[in-house]
Each structure stands twice: as C-alpha cells, then as structure tokens.
Design a protein around this ligand. Structure first.
Ligand code: PHE
Length: 448
C-alpha cells in the first residue's frame, strides 16, 4: 500500500467500510420497493440466488483487480493489460464504472435528502412546529433542492478528509446501530395485526413467476446495485486493503452482511404494508399487485411509526437518522470513485478534486429534481439496471480473459496461503471466465 494513498487501518475497518458502501438505500429503499413491485417472495428468492451466485463472484473480481492494481479502476486494469487494445478496453470499463458511480450518486442524493427531511419531521412535531413538519414530508422543489444539497455537502466534507479519518471512522460506528434497530422494529411488527399475511407474502414464493423477464432483470440489477458493483467502487476499496488480508472471506462476509440487511428490511417493510392494510390503508393496485413506487417506504413506515404514539416520534427519528447515515457511507464510496481517478491520473489535489466533482454531481441532481418525472426513473434504470451489470460483466471478462491467470491466482493466494485446498480456488477462476459473463448476458437477452 503506497504511503501517500492511505488505506484501511484494520480488517474490521475494511469490512465496515465496504459493508457501509454496500448497505444503503439499496437495501432499505430499493430492495423492498422492488420486492413489492415484482410479486413478493418470488423476487426475494431470485434475488438471493443471483446475489450469491453472480454478484458475489463478480464482487471478488473487482476486489482482486483493485488489490492487485493498487490504484483507481482505470489504472488498476491498465496495469494488467499488455497490449494497446487491452489498455483501451481497460479505460472503457474503468471509466464506464466511474460514470456509473457519478450518475448513481446524482439520484441517490435526492432520496437520501428525503431520508434526512423525514428524520427532522418528528423533531418538528415534538417541538410543535407542525407546519414545518408538514413541509418536510411533502414533495416540493425547494425541499428537494435544499436537502439534496445538504447531503452532497456532507458527502464532500467526508471525502475531502480521505480514507481512514473519513470513510473508516464513520462506517465503524454506525452500521451496528442500524442492524439493531431493524431487528427491534421487525419484532414489533410481528406483534401487530395483519403481519402474518405479510410474512407469508414475503416468504412464500409463487414459483411460476421466477422466470419472468422483468423480475429477473430487476433482481439482477438490484443485486449488483446492492453490492456497489460495476461502479469501480469495490475496485478502489480493494486497492485500500493490505496484501496480508484474506480477500475471499472478507468478500464473503461483506456479501452476507449486505444480503442479510436487505432481507431484514424486506421483512420489516412488506409485513408493515399488510399491517397498514389491516388499519384500512389500500395496499393493492387495481391489477392485484402490491402498490410500490419511490414513495413506498416513505408511506408505509410513517404509518407504522404513527401507530406507536409518542414513542413513534423517537423511533421515526432514530430510523431515518440511521438511514441517512447508511446512505452517507454509500454516497462517500460513490464520490471516492471519480475523485481517486482524477487525483491519481491528473495529479489534482484531493480537496479540490472532491469539491469540483461533488458540485458537478449536485448540478446533475438539480437537473433531475427539475425534470423529476422524466429523468428520475431514467437515470435509475440506465445506471443500475443496465449500466452496473454491464460494467460488472466486463470486469469479469477482464479478469477471465485478459488478466494473466498466474497473476490472478497469485493475488487470490496473497493473505490466503491454503486457499488451494478450497472450493473457491477450484471453481472461481473458471466460473468468472465463463459462467458470470454468459449468465449476465443471458439475463439481458431474456429481458430484451
Ligand atoms: N450499494 C449501495 C446501496 O445499496 C449503493 C451503491 C451503488 C453504492 C453503487 C456505491 C456504488 O445503497
């Protein structure tokens, strides 16, 4: 690890930071929303299979690229390339990922802004500023602009400070609190009328739906989004891990944390919808499917919290604060992607680069806010449904077909001396070369 580049100070620091990047709105907003709009448990099942069978191997590919290259995505992949066309290909894949990260951040900041305004609303109600509270939870241009900007400024502030003091310190403290609160809320929901039906809708899949093209492509995009793949983020985080660490288990631990939190979030939100139904709220659309859309979480959860009376105000505050923080540990990883590229390739000073790029992305967010109906969905599907799996697929192609096999194996072995006896060693190189790219291509083809 180069002295000037910085890196994670400990293994725990990495796990928490990578998990911090992975765990975010994707788990608690994206996953339940997608589950509701894609038929409940069938989506959950497909998601779990894709997360472990495709996203985890692709995640390992990115971590290995980063740790080998010890640099941003483009430079890391170019280090493995020997011919000019390979270097060009490396540039396209690496830069494509960076653009993807920037686009994701531009819509992510908007949703994170909603989380923050929902966190302040209960405080306003406790203080009896009811009008202000109302303004905070109604869609408006000014609210969106204000909170998105605030969130972006926080992200910029942390990234300006670099890896250890910024990223690692924050992720370490806050992730465990989020998990604890989720579990408590699920237990609470379990005691409410209507929740049984919700658990059933969440856990009992309708097998006939699992090959539906829309469901498959959404589950694929969601799995890659949730692990922050195809954005060069995990390449960079990989580059900050010491050679003595065992990447195979680290990657598996992060995947497990990420998938578990998404699963828990679904276990909270979907049954909460049925609890709301028992209280007279309509949760089905005309065609019999569950209502969803970007507001789902923001409609369902406040209903749940309101049902708790005065305590609910504190729970709502705690929940949305933790969500904003989870979003922040993800957004900093997104901003780190373009920043490390510009700093390392163009010798720009870190602080300057961070502010410039952050402001540029905030400008894109503002454009989305002004043209919300057209751009919001478009940017989300371009970057997450298509961009991320595509770039992640190209990373697998890179590892399988361009990076020298002996070097790949050496990198897996670093920090993991007896890996040769393990399943991962026997299967993964071959799997990444053939199975991952073709499986991802197949899902694309099926959905088109
Ligand atoms: N994985 C994050 C989440 O689930 C989002 C993310 C995507 C972060 C891409 C970084 C890069 O919220």
């Amino acid at each position: 690890m180069g002295v000037s580049r910085g890196g994670f100070s400990s293994r725990m620091g990495f796990i928490l930071a990578a998990a911090g990047s992975a765990v975010g709105l994707g788990n608690i907003w994206g996953f339940p929303t997608q589950t509701a709009s894609n038929g409940g448990a069938a989506f959950v099942l497909v998601y779990l299979v894709l997360a472990f069978c495709l996203a985890y191997p692709a995640f390992m590919a990115e971590l290995l690229i980063g740790r080998y290259g010890q640099s941003n995505a483009v430079s890391s992949m170019q280090r493995m390339s020997h011919q000019l066309w390979q270097k060009r290909f490396a540039f396209i894949v690496g830069f494509g990922g960076i653009v993807c990260a920037a686009l994701i951040l531009s819509f992510y900041g908007i949703i994170a802004g909603w989380m923050m305004s929902y966190a302040i609303e209960p405080v306003m109600r406790i203080l009896n500023f009811n009008d202000a509270g109302k303004w905070l939870v109604e869609q408006s241009l000014t609210r969106n602009l204000l909170f998105t900007s605030f969130f972006m400024l926080l992200t910029i502030f942390i990234i300006r400070r670099g890896v250890e003091q910024g990223i690692e310190k924050w992720s370490k403290r806050l992730m465990p609190m989020l998990i604890g609160l989720l579990i408590l809320l699920i237990i609470y929901v379990f005691t409410l009328d209507g929740s049984r039906e919700g658990f059933n809708a969440y856990l009992n899949p309708d097998i006939s739906r699992i090959f539906e093209p829309d469901l498959l492509i959404s589950a694929l995009g969601q799995a890659f989004f949730s692990l922050s793949l195809g954005t060069s983020v995990m390449i960079i985080y990989g580059s900050y891990i010491a050679k003595k660490e065992n990447l195979v288990t680290l990657g598996a631990q992060v995947t497990l944390i990420d998938v578990s939190i998404a699963f828990l979030a679904g276990l909270l939100i979907i049954p909460s919808m049925y609890v709301a139904q028992a209280q007279g709220v309509a949760i089905f659309a005309e065609d019999g499917s569950l209502i969803s859309g970007p507001n789902l979480v923001f409609d369902v959860l406040p209903t749940l919290f309101n049902g708790m009376g005065f305590v609910g105000l504190f729970v709502a505050f705690g929940f949305f604060v933790l969500m904003s923080i989870a979003a922040l540990t993800s957004s900093i990883s997104m901003l780190e992607a373009p920043v490390s590229f510009v700093v390392e390739r163009h010798n720009l000073e870190r602080k300057k680069a961070t502010t410039l790029i952050g402001m540029g992305i905030l400008f894109i967010s503002a454009m989305i806010i002004f043209n919300f109906d057209v751009l919001f969905g478009l940017v989300i599907s371009a970057s997450t449904v298509y961009g991320q799996p595509l770039i992640a697929m190209l990373c697998c192609v890179f590892v399988g077909w361009i990076w020298q096999r002996s070097e790949v194996l050496a990198e897996i072995k670093a920090g993991n001396p007896d890996v040769e006896h393990r399943l991962f060693w026997k299967i993964w190189p071959w799997y990444t070369k053939f199975v991952c790219p073709s499986a991802i291509a197949l899902v694309f083809w099926h959905s088109l």
